[in-house]
Design a protein. Sequence first.
Length: 185
Amino acid sequence: MLYHLLKAIHLLGVVLLVGNVIVTLVWKRRADRTGDPSVIAFGQRLVSLTDWWFTLGGVILILVGGFGAAWRAGLDLFGLPWLLWGQVLFGVSGLLWASILIPAQIRQARQARAFATTGVIPKSYWRKLLARRAPLDLMGHPGHSAALGGNLDHDCKTQRCRPKRDGAGKSDLNRPQSDEALRHV
């Protein structure tokens, strides 16, 4: 009974962690695509909050449930290769999260608080945002990158990022895409 409870805790942690990562990526990119400083600032604030609540909470549940279930089942945490490599890779991903993602989120949160009040998004925000998207392109997934925010146009006069517009002033964010465009997503 205890083993099954610990396993359920472990799986709940996985759902919280992975679910938060996926959902946050989608709605943060959607907020950025609006080009609206207040929407982007709100989105960034929620990214920071949900990262601490759900990502960190998920990690804690994964560790408590996983180590507890392994202990209860009598498994050797360092003797079984799949458990050892799982722990190593989980630790590496945690180090990457703490050393790269958290500092980037702190920088973006500071910028977002500033441009929420001024109404002007600095060019540096978009440069850094696009630079973080570059690894997706390098891994051979330019469609992911385009689908998650590649539809931005920079207006250098106002330093705001706006969705591209057609001649009638309509945003292409709501326009149905062609089959060719969707094929690459």
